[in-house]
Design a protein around this ligand. Structure first.
Ligand SMILES: CC(C)(COP(=O)(O)OP(=O)(O)OC[C@H]1O[C@@H](n2cnc3c(N)ncnc32)[C@H](O)[C@@H]1OP(=O)(O)O)[C@@H](O)C(=O)NCCC(=O)NCCS
Length: 145
């Protein structure tokens, strides 16, 4: 997951410790976040490890869920992997009586904004100078379940 994220400048960037907290590894306690990993289909998984095509991380915030990060390998984009990951979150949140999903995305990230719009999110606002390195406004997106 970290390799994939490091190769995607537009993705959210987290420390090793933050990723560890998803799984509660080492001295970390589980953070309450949920991660989904999309793997390549492999006819003989016992002979070759499945390639990681993408991943998504989300966190429950009361009755809502925040989609915190979604990344698909550059070689696997525009094949529906991102949509499949986001759809999994919809199902997961619905099954736990979630009322909405929200997220922030860099204003210039037209690919991700298109994915979210197509998945049913509405762009509901703008947060000035939300991001650093490089500084940029965030677009707020929301989907009622
Ligand atoms: C954004 C991202 C996750 C999309 O993943 P993906 O697997 O390519 O998405 P999908 O194949 O499911 O795309 C679904 C639809 O979203 C839209 N879309 C996705 N990427 C797009 C792009 N680069 N430009 C325009 N539209 C795009 C299209 O409508 C697409 O449908 P189509 O291919 O039939 O035209 C991927 O580009 C990525 O990892 N980007 C870098 C990390 C990032 O920006 N993450 C978001 C952080 S908020």
């Amino acid at each position: 997951m970290m390799d994939l994220e490091r190769m995607s400048p537009a993705a959210g960037h987290w420390s090793h410790q933050q990723y560890g907290s998803i799984f509660g590894t080492g001295h970390q306690r589980p953070s309450g976040r949920v991660a989904w990993v999309a793997e390549d289909d492999c006819e003989q998984p016992e002979k070759a490890p499945r390639a990681v095509l993408g991943f998504m991380v989300a966190a429950q915030v009361d009755a809502e869920w925040e989609l915190e990060n979604v990344v698909v390998a550059a070689t696997a984009r525009r094949r529906g992997v991102g949509t499949r990951l986001v759809t999994e979150l919809f199902e997961h949140a619905r099954s736990r009586n979630g009322s909405a999903i929200f997220l922030e995305v860099r204003e210039s990230n037209q690919g991700a904004r298109a994915l979210y719009r197509r998945a049913g999110f509405q762009e509901t606002g703008l947060r000035k100078s939300y991001y650093a390195s490089p500084p940029e406004d965030a677009i707020l997106c929301r989907l009622s379940l």
